[in-house]
Ligand binder design. Structure first.
Ligand SMILES: [Zn+2]
Length: 467
């Protein structure tokens, strides 16, 4: 009894010491995970980012005033197990998976998921912020990657690489050499550094998705850096992507429909490499709300709202923008479709939610409306080929120009069309005259831009050079 009592006292003191001085005891060590305060960081934001309470963060760092946080200060992040060293926030790029990220940052998938409170792979969407330990040895975290091709075992790969397969398994956080999957991209020791998205075959060195966060009515550009000779297809939010060869690889343009409910949507790439190996990869992207305003209900001729009239016209309209021709005819910014006096005079913007004659807001404004008069000269905005001219009930006098790669421009409510289907047109060429025909509330030009079968915000094409 006496012995155990003697033993108990020092133990109690020891325990007390540990509990009283946990921070002090570890402050000198470099093991505790920490974060270096960056410009524009607030303590509250840092707490949210790392999933700790503000109190715990203040306590761990002995900060009494949450407003007093200095740029460059080293903040200990409490409550993270299995992680040490400096933590950093990085942006998830297209092509990454939990598996590939665990290899990139040399961390188990479970730790990475815990660190980021991930409950579903969908949370690794393109552009998401991810907390990762900053690698002390960049060479090891960004080592060369190889594909485990179908039918190849890790033993074969190890022999080919002159390595032993157990190191290969260990380096890739695999429980054993049997766990390498066909098509897997493995980290191997090597001198070639690459930041290629590791969820994709190694020949695809980069996938640029612009913008990272998509928006209703926006134009998305997807650039895939890869050698020639691969076949590439894909889809974005259920729209088929059309890729065209470029000197760096392949590019696709796709419009985001203005009525797409905001949320996560898959961006899928698939194809075949020149060696016959097939691949497929899908990762979510975020489509954001554009906050289009609601226009007051418009009063129009009820005859122009009859589905018997509007549906066949809409079908015809959609079919005009559906064909994808392989020659890109435009270059740089689109020019203004109206004379200089009207270039900056817009009566209605793209995307506005619309209702007609007091009905529900099931419609959106599919173009950009320019001021003008009946007889105002209208110009082609870029080189292209006229594919349609005619008079329609809703859209009035129209003409549609194909610019290649699934990009079209359309001009509505014209009083006169001065070109024919099949005509090649150039910017600044007069193609028609403004008017007030169709479902219109006064003379104006309704101008549309179509990308991949979807009407997009035309303003972007006047301000930015695509792709
Ligand atoms: Zn309009």
């Amino acid at each position: 009894m006496r012995m155990s009592r003697i033993f108990f006292i020092p133990l109690a003191i020891l325990l007390q010491l540990i509990f009283y001085f946990p921070v002090t005891a570890q402050e000198g060590g470099s093991d505790e995970p920490y974060y270096i305060v960056q410009e524009n960081d607030s303590l509250w934001e840092i707490a949210v980012r790392f999933g700790v309470s503000l109190d715990d963060l203040q306590q761990a760092n002995k900060i009494s005033d949450a407003g007093q946080v200095v740029i460059g200060a080293r903040l200990i992040i409490p409550g993270l197990n299995g992680v040490n060293g400096q933590l950093n926030a990085v942006t998830v790029i297209y092509g990454e998976t939990l598996r590939s990220l665990s290899r990139r940052y040399n961390l188990s998938e479970a730790t990475l998921a815990q660190l980021n409170r991930l409950v579903s792979p969908a949370e690794l969407y393109v552009g998401a912020a991810l907390i990762v330990p900053l690698a002390e040895d960049q060479n090891s975290s960004l080592a060369a990657r190889v594909d485990l091709i179908s039918g190849q075992s890790m033993l074969e790969l190890a022999v080919l690489r002159g390595e032993d397969m157990w190191s290969l398994a260990l380096d890739n956080n695999l429980p054993g050499t049997w766990a390498g999957l066909p098509g897997d991209v493995l980290r191997v020791a090597g001198d070639t550094q690459t930041e290629s998205p590791a969820g994709l075959p190694w020949v695809i060195t980069k996938v640029e998705v612009e913008p990272l966060f998509m928006v209703q009515g926006g134009t998305t550009v997807i650039k895939v850096n890869a050698p020639p000779g691969i076949t590439l297809s894909g889809s974005l939010a259920d729209r088929t992507l059309n890729f065209f060869p470029q000197d760096y690889g392949y590019v696709a343009l796709q419009g985001i429909h203005a009525m797409t409910p905001p949320g996560l949507y898959p961006l899928t790439l698939e194809g075949e490499l020149s060696n016959g190996q097939r691949f497929a990869f899908s990762q979510d992207v975020l489509i954001q709300e554009a906050n289009f305003p609601y226009d007051p209900s418009l009063n129009v001729d009820p005859g122009t709202l009859d589905p018997a009239v509007t549906e066949p016209e809409s079908e015809l309209w959609a079919s005009l923008g559906a064909l994808v021709t392989p020659e890109k005819m435009w270059n740089g910014l689109f020019a203004s479709p109206v004379p200089a006096d009207f270039t900056n005079c817009w009566t209605s913007l793209f995307g506005n939610r619309r209702s007609y004659n007091g009905g529900t807001y099931d419609f959106f404004h599919s173009g950009l409306d320019f001021c003008g008069q009946t007889g105002t000269e209208l110009y082609a905005v870029a080189p292209g080929k006229v594919v349609y001219t005619g008079f329609l009930t809703v859209r009035g006098g129209v003409l549609v120009i194909d610019h290649g790669w699934g990009v079209y421009t359309a001009y509505d409510h014209l009083s006169e069309m001065l070109v024919q289907p099949g005509d090649a047109v150039q910017p600044a060429q007069v193609i028609g005259l403004g008017g007030d025909t169709g479902r219109s509330t006064g003379p104006h030009l309704h101008w549309e831009v179509w990308v991949g079968g979807v009407q997009v915000n035309p303003e972007a094409w006047l301000a930015k050079s695509f792709p």
